[in-house]
Structure formats: structure tokens, C-alpha cells
Design a protein around this ligand. Structure first.
Ligand code: UT7
Length: 337
């Protein structure tokens, strides 16, 4: 081999990204459907545990107190992920926070997490893709690691959706919760992440949005979450099957290769329908929507961490992550844990 070939060999060696550790955090205040229904009844809003369970599978959610922000939740989740990965914040060279409920207009929640972790210098930015945010963020971190731009990334999904809920709108306020999940993603000679896809269709911006903004020292427009639930439901069911099939084809794998399916946790009916279409047994589906509600960008890393910590997901298992949400956005990641 010539000197030149020798010199370029390391830079063309295949590089992958693998999850080194996971972590999560839920704010302590848990509200059952019955407790939430009782609070809503006081303001004349009628709902019931039966309706919420039957239509969504949700039994409870966690709400942060008024002083707790997305960066607070995200920092605790990140610390757990770092501990699981056996590294410290100083070993991280990239922080991405997927959130739609940032602490401030700017700077990014990622910069606030970096400060709370007591480090500085590494790249830190937020990624906004609503409930697809974690899948988008993990795909971006994977690309950056494979490109050699980063070696070890903290990828976090952190949300305080309770801040943007209209508690007079029973069609949405019973669905969401607060929480955060995180992973440490690091460079590896073997996958790791096998295949990813991200998609968006901006024609559907109106079916799930918070239309307000800040201008002239005031909130301009409506600062609460609006959703056409049925329109989102129909789109979600279609794209989740298609994107899973597409990512499997890219990876050269079959549905039967999937050990665990972790879709965005919004509605048990959407999740079960996706599992059925992929011909997966019900016990291959990781479900946290019952206890967490829909935590948007935090839902997938929360579910992943739960299944890793309770021993269901083991090293080498094939895991499909699927995000879907406002934008309209969707995406999937196939990985060997
Ligand atoms: O995170 C991004 C992804 N998001 C999603 O995937 C959410 C997708 N959509 C859904 O999960 C479902 O569409 C919902 C759970 C939001 C709604 O379920 P649905 O079966 O589509 O119900 P609906 O909106 O068609 O409403 C049915 C009935 C209505 O009453 P009428 O008009 O039939 O008398 C609603 O007013 O249920 C009523 N309703 C409620 N009743 C009691 C709506 N919300 C409530 C409630 N409690 N909280």
C-alpha cells in the first residue's frame, strides 16, 4: 500500500453512531384522569376517565410545577443518560434538544442545559419538529457523528406541554403531559443506527399548531395548542406504516427483524394499528402513553429509557423508533441497541 493510500485510509473507514446510554425524568406531580376530570369540572369542562381511556389509552400524566422548565427536566434526563453511558458532560461535544416548549425565545434550551451540566464549548442547539423532534434530532446527531463533526452527542427530548394547553378545550387538554428523555450517542465501528428517514408536509401546518408568537412586548395571536384530532389521526396512521416500511427497505431488513417498536406515544389506537400493520405481536410494542400521556418530543426517549431500564430492550436488539406530529412531520429510525 502506498503512503498516500495509508494516509487516507482512516478517514474513509466506515463510522457509525450507537446509543451508549439512556436516561429520563418525569416531574413528580402525577395526575390521574379522574383527578384531572375533577379539576376540569370546576371550570365547567366535562370529561371522564372512561372517555380518555377508551379513545386514547391515557390513564395519567405528569405536570411540572410552575417553576420547572424544559431545560430543568432535560438536564436531569441528560445526567441519567451520561451515568448510564459511563461518561461525563465534559466528554460531550454536541448537545441537541428537541422541544416545542423552550424555556425562552432565545437562547436555545440546549445552551441552558449545557450551562446546567456545568460545561461549555461544545456545540448546542434546539431542534423544532414538534412530536417528531426526537427522531429528527437523533437523525441529525447520527449524520454529524458519521460525518466526523462530532464524536459523542447528548440528544434530548424535553417538554412542558402543560404550559401551552387550553384547559377549556377538552379535546386537547386531557392528552398531553410533561417530561424529558435523553440518550448519549457515540461514534462506533459498527451500527448502532442502521437507517433513518425524516419527512415533512407543510400543507398541514394548521391541523396541529400553537399559532401565537411574541411581538411588541405581548403575546400576539393564540398561545394555546390547537388540534384537529381526526385529521392528525388519519395522517399519522398512514405515514407511520409507510415510513417504517421504507426504513426497513433501506436497511435491507424485514418486519420480523424488529424486536421492539417505539412509536410516538400519542394514542394507543394509532400505536396498535401501526404494530398490526407491521405484523408485530402486541408485546413488541413499548407503551408509556398510559402513564405519561403525550409528551411530544420527550415521548420516544422516555419510552426507550423505560424499556432499557426494565430489561426488555437488551444490547443487540433491533429497535424501530417512529415520530409523528405537527408540521406535519414524521420520521423513523432503525437501530441495533
Ligand atoms: O402528538 C401528535 C400526534 N397526535 C395525535 O396523534 C392525536 C391524534 N388524534 C387522536 O388521538 C384522536 O383524534 C383524539 C383522541 C384527539 C380524539 O378522539 P376521536 O375519537 O377522534 O374523538 P372526536 O374528536 O371525534 O370526538 C368525539 C366526541 C365528540 O363529541 P360529539 O361531537 O360526538 O358529541 C367530542 O366533543 O368526543 C367528544 N370529546 C370528549 N368527550 C369527553 C372530545 N374530547 C373529549 C373529552 N371528554 N376529553
Amino acid at each position: 500500500m502506498s503512503l498516500t493510500e495509508n494516509a487516507i485510509a482512516p478517514s474513509i473507514a466506515k463510522r457509525f453512531a450507537r446509543i451508549a446510554g439512556t436516561g429520563s425524568h418525569l416531574p413528580p406531580r402525577r395526575l390521574s384522569n379522574a383527578e384531572l376530570a375533577a379539576q376540569l369540572a370546576e371550570r365547567g369542562v366535562e370529561t371522564s376517565d372512561e372517555w380518555i381511556v377508551e379513545r386514547t389509552g391515557i390513564r395519567a400524566r405528569h405536570f411540572a410545577d410552575e417553576h420547572t422548565t424544559a431545560s430543568d427536566l432535560g438536564t436531569i434526563a441528560a445526567r441519567h443518560a451520561l451515568e448510564a453511558a459511563g461518561c461525563s458532560a465534559a466528554d460531550i461535544d454536541l448537545i441537541i434538544v428537541a422541544t416545542s416548549t423552550p424555556d425562552m425565545v432565545f437562547p436555545s434550551t440546549a445552551c441552558l442545559v449545557q450551562r446546567k451540566l456545568g460545561v461549555h464549548g461544545c456545540a448546542a442547539f434546539d431542534l423544532q419538529a414538534v412530536c417528531s423532534g426526537f427522531v429528527y434530532a437523533l437523525s441529525v446527531a447520527d449524520s454529524m457523528i458519521r460525518a466526523g463533526t462530532a464524536r459523542r452527542a447528548l440528544v434530548i427530548g424535553a417538554e412542558v406541554f402543560s404550559r401551552i394547553l387550553d384547559f377549556d378545550d377538552r379535546g386537547t387538554c386531557v392528552l398531553f403531559g410533561d417530561g424529558a428523555g435523553a440518550v448519549v450517542l457515540e461514534a462506533s465501528d459498527t451500527p448502532g443506527i442502521v437507517a433513518c428517514e425524516m419527512h415533512a408536509d407543510g400543507r398541514h401546518v394548521d391541523i396541529l399548531c400553537v399559532p401565537g408568537t411574541v411581538a411588541g412586548g405581548k403575546v400576539l395571536g393564540d398561545p394555546f395548542l390547537k388540534m384537529d384530532g381526526q385529521a392528525v389521526f388519519k395522517l399519522a396512521v398512514g405515514v407511520l406504516e409507510n415510513v417504517a416500511q421504507s426504513v426497513l427497505a433501506k436497511a435491507g431488513r424485514q418486519c420480523s427483524d424488529i424486536d421492539w417498536l417505539i412509536p410516538h406515544q400519542a394514542n394507543i389506537r394509532i400505536m396498535q394499528s401501526t404494530a398490526r400493520k407491521l405484523k408485530l405481536a402486541a408485546d413488541r410494542l413499548v407503551v408509556t402513553v398510559d402513564e405519561h400521556g403525550n409528551t411530544s418530543a420527550a415521548s420516544i426517549p422516555l419510552a426507550l429509557d423505560q424499556a432499557v431500564r426494565d430489561g426488555r430492550i437488551r444490547r443487540g436488539d433491533c429497535v424501530m423508533l417512529e415520530g409523528v406530529g405537527g408540521g406535519f412531520t414524521w420520521g423513523a429510525i432503525l437501530l441495533d441497541y
